[in-house]
Structure formats: C-alpha cells, structure tokens
Design a protein around this ligand. Structure first.
Ligand SMILES: [Zn+2]
Length: 609
C-alpha cells in the first residue's frame, strides 16, 4: 500500500531524560501568582489577559502552569477556531492531494502561520503523476418529470466532454436482454447498472461492446444508506474512457423504476473532471514555535490538510487543521514561550495512504529520538475525549488530564492505561509509532462518523462547532503541557508485546469451534464444543472478554469450561514462551513504579490505538 518503505528500524528508542530545570518543578517553584483568570469550569474568563499586560501581575517568577492559564485565557477571549474552519470550507475546499486547490490550501496555511510569527515552510514529500481538479458539474433527468441528481465520480477518473445528453438504458444482464435492446441501443446512451453481481464473463463481453459502441457513461447506485462515498486511486491514475457515475441510491432506484415501466428517460450530465500532466510536487506544511530551553526537542501537533473531493472536508480533516492552526496562533500571539519547540504539521496525501506523514518520518529521521510526542487530531468533529497512556507515561499525563477535565463540564477527558501503543495504521500518527515515537490519535466519540466520513455530508453545516472549539483548547493545553515537561515523554515499555494466543477458533460466547494441533489450547486439553466459563476465578462474559483476560496476569491460568453436562478445570500455560519473560519484567517494573508513586495498580487495557 505504501510507495516508500520506511528506512527506519521500528525498534524502541530509549531517550535519556533531562534533569529538571532548577526551580521549575512544582515543589521548588515559588507559589504561583494569582492566576490571570479565575476560571470556573465552563465559565467564560472574567478577565482575559491581553498580550503584554501580564507584567502588571505581582512580580513573582512565572511557572509553567501560569503559561498554560495565560494561553488558555487568550484562547477563550479571542477564539478563531471556527473562523479558520469556515475559511477552509468556503475558500479551500475540496483539497484533494495534488490538486490546485490543495496547493492553494497549503500556501494559505503556510502564510497564516507566517503571519502569526511562526517559522513556516512547505516540505515536499513526493510527486503526484498528474493533477486532478473538479470544475462545475451537474446531472439531471430531462423531460416532463425532471429530477436533479445527486451523484459522485471517483477522483482521478474522466468526466464528460462538455454537456452530454442521451437516453438512459438498463444495462443488459444477458444475451437475451441485449438482443431485445439491440447493440445500437448502447450507442450514445447512459447505461444504468442494476445487477452489481453480474457474471464476470458477461461483464467482460459488455466492456468490449462498450468500447465499440461508446455509450456516454455508466450509472451505478450509491450506498443503500443514501451516502455517496468518495474514493479514487491516486497511484493508478486510471482515468478510464467514460465516466462511471454513482447516483444517490433512491434516485438510482427511481431511474430503474421508470425504465422498467417502459418510460423513456433522457439524461444530461456535465462532469468537468480536469487533468494536468505531472509530475506535481506534493507538500506538507510545517511551522515551528521554537522552544526557549530545548529548541531541538519537539512536540508535534498535527492533522491532514488533504481531503476527498466530493464535499468540503470539514471534519476529515478540517477540524484537525483548525485546532492545529488555532493552537499555533494562540501560542504565538499570547506571547507564551514553550520550553521545547512545538511543531505544527499539516499533511497531504493522508487519504491516499499516509504519504505525507511517511515522508515526514523519512525526512526528519534524525529528530525522531528528540520528538517527545505526536498528537494527531483526525477523528472528526466530536470533542477530544481522551488519550491512551502506558504506565511509564502516566505521571506526565495525569496532571494534564485533570486540567482538561476541569475545562468544561460538558466534556470529560479520560486517560486510559494501555500495555503498549498498538499501531492502528489508519492515520498520520501511524508512521511515527512504527518509528518508535509516542504518537497518539485522540479518543473521540464516533457519533455520526459514518454519516460524514468520506461522504457528501462532510460539510461545515454538519460540524458540531462547540465541540471543535473545545477541542482546540485541548490541543493547545496539551501541546504546551508536553512542551514544558522537564523531560521527554517516557518511552519505557511502549512497544506492545505479542498477545497470548490460545490456538483455537472461538465463537461469540467463548465456545471452542476449532482447536489447532500445536496451540496452547490443545496442550491444555480443550476440545471443540467446550465453552470457557471462568478464567483465574473470574466469569468470562464472551469471546472479547476472554481474549482480554488472557493477556493479563501470570503465564499460567486456571480455566473452567463446560463440556456437555460436566464442568472441567484445565490449566493454560504460556510459561515456556520467550515473550513471557519480557511480560514478567514489565509487570515488575509497573509494580515497582506503582509503589514509588504510591498508586494502586489497575488493570491496563491490552488494546491501544
Ligand atoms: Zn482523515
């Protein structure tokens, strides 16, 4: 899937921690000056602190907490998050990778960063074979019963040569249907596909006939949900010779109904899909607020600027761009200077396979050991609701989580301990995890995600603006928090260990459906039909619960199963497994850490993202 292989080993990189800055830790710093704002959770600040007026506060040495509150007060008093989002949606949409619009959006973002005083630049990550942009388009049924059509064509595919009118014809499903229509009936027609599971040989035959008879294009149904899902093949750039048009499901049904009733249907389409030969350089936007103390250490805040191109890309990923840019603006204009460099990165090529972020990881390899954390906002418009953390990261993340929970009573914030940062591979944090950098995809509610994601509904008016405003504060405070820590984020035990496998196929209710010959289940004596009831004395609810419980605790587990009318107790044993030694060492480090910090150990979730 990826055109460039990472030249980086995905080994865990351990980074020496910096000694705390004298006087910077909270127990040695002088008492904080009275906060510049007295924020009650959810209230607007009573007094915002304009830039330059902080000097009027009592002359006590500022602490990093003061910086957080100062930046927050500035953000609450002068919030431009939604303004940024609306410019993106109104003036720079869509932003398909390699398109003129995407280039203009990159340049706009770069110049915005620059106007706020950041060191901003475009960094080319690769070349697109061709440009693709969409001009005006429309489609309609003509005649006595006119109908404006909602439709979509894939990116990097051919449109029409100007306005194209022609009769609609049902695509023949077999030779008899073709005979009834006559081969000449295909010429200049808009073919309407009814049977998506047509026999392969017959489809091939039709394709041949289409090459000879040149119908104007092919109409296919969109998803049953009414969604028009955007797609396109960036690498193949298979333009095709005639357009394939996805028509909204109910409208497609209506066309088929009319045609089956024998009604003549005349269609008109204008689909102005524009190509320009490449190569076209594709770039990320990179902007820095240089750290006062550790300028060559980085906290990365990021989203992707590119979109699919049938809507505005408001939530995928306009919201991530807006929160990233707003955090940059506020930090730059509030006069708060972070200890380490905060780098704001807006990628392109995300939708086609994380090309921009892979390019970044390739081109900034030397900085990755000094990159403390990557915060990737690409989960849509719902508020940023949490982060994963390994045990070693918790001490540096808990104070932040507490501050974020107090921001607004409508929005919680949850820190979830995970046993390692698993790589879900589906957004721009993934190449960083693969390279051993702590990189996070914010946890967000998936409410409305399917309705919006890559569909015609990804527009400004469908975006929950209040939540996005909140998210930009979460991004801002988090970036500053991590940039101001005494050390880089702790990478100990960040790489997930291989999971314990049973070597069986499990039904939903934890019933054994198949037993592999050399697996742990076979060794323990599990048989097909056994149902796992208990593990280490705890009831097993279902398959997912069993799989999760297997990962926890010691390498030997007692397991109660029902077999017919009887109950049996078996022992599952991984103790000979080389991974178990590492697992035990980790558990010991975790227990030791808990004692040192005086906290109670709770079970960590085995699944990170
Ligand atoms: Zn996205």
């Amino acid at each position: 899937m990826r055109p460039w292989k990472l030249a980086l080993a995905s080994t865990l990189v351990l980074v020496a921690c910096h000694a705390p800055r004298p006087g910077a830790s909270s127990d040695t710093a002088p008492p904080a000056a009275q906060s510049t704002t007295e924020l009650v959770a959810g209230d607007q600040p009573r007094v915002a602190t304009p830039v330059g007026e902080a000097q009027d506060a009592p002359q006590l040495a500022p602490t990093v907490d003061d910086d957080l509150e100062r930046a927050l007060a500035f953000a609450l008093n002068d919030d431009r998050t939604i303004e940024l989002l609306s410019v993106l949606c109104d003036e720079h949409a869509p932003r398909l990778t390699g398109s003129r619009k995407a280039d203009a959006a990159c340049e706009w973002a770069r110049s915005q960063f620059e106007s706020w005083g950041l060191d901003a630049r475009l960094e080319t990550w690769g070349m697109a074979a061709a440009r693709f942009d969409r001009g005006p388009s429309h489609g309609r049924v003509l005649g006595a019963e006119p109908l404006e059509l909602d439709f979509m064509t894939a990116a990097w595919t051919v449109g029409t040569e100007g306005v194209q009118r022609g009769p609609a014809r049902l695509e023949p499903r077999d030779q008899a249907a073709l005979d009834a229509l006559g081969v000449d009936g295909l010429r200049g027609a808009w073919m309407v596909r009814v049977d998506e599971r047509m026999d392969g040989a017959w489809r091939k035959r039709l394709e041949q006939l289409y090459e000879e008879t040149r119908p104007r294009g092919l109409l296919r149904a969109g998803a049953k949900s009414g969604l028009l899902v955007m797609s396109g093949d960036f690498r193949a750039q298979a333009r095709g010779t005639r357009p394939t048009v996805r028509v909204r499901f109910d409208q497609h049904e209506e066309l088929v109904r009319r045609l089956r009733a024998g009604t003549a249907v005349e269609l008109e389409f204008l689909i102005d899909n524009r190509f320009e030969d490449g190569p076209v350089p594709c770039a990320n936007v990179v902007a820095d607020i240089v750290g006062a103390e550790f300028p060559d250490e980085y906290v990365i805040v990021q989203g992707h600027l590119d979109t699919w191109d049938g809507a505005e890309g408001a939530q995928d990923n306009g919201t991530g761009v807006a929160t990233t840019m707003e955090a940059a603006r506020v930090l730059a204009q509030s006069g708060v200077q972070p200890r380490r460099t905060i780098r704001f990165v807006l990628y392109t090529g995300e939708e086609q396979g994380l090309f921009g972020s892979q390019g970044y990881v390739r081109d900034h390899a030397d900085e990755l050991p000094r990159t403390s954390i990557v915060l990737n906002h690409d989960g849509g418009g719902t508020f940023l609701a949490g982060l994963d953390a390994t045990f070693a990261m918790l001490p540096d993340m808990e104070p932040l989580a507490e501050r974020l929970r107090a921001l607004d009573p409508r929005y919680g914030f949850e820190l979830r301990e995970v046993e390692g940062l698993r790589n879900s591979g589906d957004s721009d944090h993934a190449p960083f995890i693969a390279a051993g950098v702590p990189a996070f995809f914010w946890r967000q509610s998936e409410r409305d995600y399917t309705f919006v994601h890559h569909t015609q509904n990804d527009t400004f008016i469908n975006t929950p603006l209040d939540e996005v405003r909140h998210s930009s504060k979460v991004v801002l405070l988090s970036a500053l928090h991590f940039a101001n820590l005494d050390r880089l984020l702790d990478r100990t035990d960040m790489e997930p260990l291989p999971r314990r496998m049973l070597g069986v196929r499990l039904g939903e209710d934890a019933t054994i459906q198949r037993v592999e010959r050399d697996g742990r289940g076979a060794a323990a004596g599990l048989l097909v039909g056994d149902r796992v009831l208990q593990l280490d004395g705890a009831q097993v609810a279902d398959r997912a619960d069993l799989v999760e419980r297997l990962q926890k605790g010691g390498a030997q587990k007692s397991c109660v199963v029902s077999r017919g009318e009887t109950r049996l107790e078996l022992v599952l044993d991984w103790s000979g497994d080389p991974d178990e030694l590492r697992r035990a060492e980790r558990a010991a480090r975790r227990a030791q850490g808990a004692i040192q910090r005086g906290v109670e150990l709770k079970p960590a979730s085995a699944v990170g993202r």
